[in-house]
Design a protein. Structure first.
Length: 367
């Protein structure tokens, strides 16, 4: 179905307040402060982390590991002391993804897993909207993000006020928000979606037209897969919008047998060149199941490293666009989070309550 329109703040004519920075209270007194453990590389650290190094030895050199292992050991011990769980997105670096995370996945898997957490503290290794989603689903738990400046170009592209203006412009048209949005935006929409379930969510509304925000490229991808008319927003992921169809054609010319898989946040000319399109979890499963000889993963770089660590015999061709926001999360900051209980994610309870409805409506959709 062709797109029914694509809107941005300038098309709505309303006075749009500056996008509010993510709210974050400094260091709450939720428990005792711990002292920073020793971060020396010792024979004991080497022994205690040897089994973890086995998981990443294809992608982390023996020269780098002594700098990481003391943090890995300290984080894994303090998680137990704090009764904390670490949720990490597929774009986190291998030493986080494979060595300290308890739960890994795409945005949908992380949201679902967040509903099952029993620990007192959730440490979200990902970006701010992901930590907000965990807090929305766990209002009584402490949710920490190691660096609250870890934003997202999609989440920054739209506010709750923009959604209210869109509703005025298109009365009665249901609104679907990609989870890559602030709690403020989630509170204004009918339902959330992720790249794993976007088409299913849009079709679940049984409406002839749906407003889909904020990713214009994911909106185009959804429009190409459904008969529902899509009204989109002009947001884009700064990582995926940089890939081009020319770049993909060059990979194929260099090796016609290469497999190319892409995330649906990419522009349409990129997706047209791909052998498979799917969320980060679907891309990983595709590589696990097909086991190609050579594959180009058109998404954030760390994901190829994480898959490479698991599947050393698959050759990864890395076009490598880094997400600067995801890369703000480091072992040192995760350790700080555990020691000093920072940085706590705080959401106005009224907004969280409304946002929860949109997120839970998505999670409760039957497959
Ligand atoms: P998924 O992991 O849900 O595919 O999302 C990708 C992404 O860009 C998250 O920021
Ligand atoms: Fe946002 Fe794109 Fe980074 Fe994901 S990869 S957090 S969508 S900027």
């Amino acid at each position: 179905m062709p797109m029914a329109g694509i809107y941005g703040p300038e098309d709505l004519g309303g006075s749009l307040a500056a996008h509010p920075a993510p709210q974050s209270r400094q260091q709450q007194a939720h428990g005792r402060e711990l002292t920073m453990p020793s971060l020396e590389w010792t024979p004991e650290v080497e022994r205690a982390t040897a089994h973890l190094y086995e998981r990443v030895k294809n992608v982390i050199s023996p020269v780098e590991w002594p700098l990481m292992a003391p943090y890995v050991k300290a984080i894994n011990e303090l998680k137990v002391t704090r009764n904390a769980v670490i949720l990490a997105h597929n774009y986190q670096t291998p030493e986080i993804f494979h060595c300290v995370a308890d739960i890994v996945g795409d945005s949908l898997q992380l949201a679902i897993e967040a509903t099952k957490v029993k620990s007192d503290i959730i440490i979200q290794c990902g970006v701010h909207f992901m930590a907000e989603t965990s807090k929305i689903l766990n209002p009584n738990k402490t949710v920490l993000i190691p660096d609250s400046r870890a934003g997202c170009s999609l989440a920054a592209s739209i506010t709750g006020a923009d959604v209210r203006l869109l509703r005025e412009r298109f009365p009665g048209v249901p609104v679907v928000a990609y989870v890559n949005t602030s709690a403020d935006v989630k509170a204004e929409v009918d339902i959330c979606c992720t790249s794993s379930n976007a088409v299913q969510v849009v079709e679940s509304l049984n409406a002839p037209t749906v407003i889909f925000l904020p990713d214009q490229y994911l909106a185009r991808y959804v429009a190409s897969q459904t008969k529902v008319k899509i009204i989109a927003w002009k947001g884009a992921c700064e990582v995926h919008e940089r890939f081009t169809g020319d770049e993909l054609r060059a990979y194929r010319e260099a090796d016609p047998s290469v497999q190319i898989i892409a995330h649906p946040e990419c522009p349409p000319d990129v997706l047209a060149e791909a052998d498979f399109t799917g969320s980060t979890a679907h891309m990983i499963n595709w590589v696990r199941n097909k086991h190609p000889k050579r594959v180009v993963m058109i998404t954030e770089c760390s994901m190829a490293d994480n898959v490479q660590a698991e599947l050393p015999d698959v050759e990864m061709v890395r076009p490598c666009n880094l997400c600067p926001h995801m890369k703000r999360i480091t072992l040192a900051k995760i350790l700080d989070s555990l020691v000093y209980l920072r940085e706590e994610v705080v959401i106005d309870p009224m907004i969280a309550e409304k946002a929860r409805r949109s997120v839970e409506r998505m999670i409760n959709l039957k497959n």
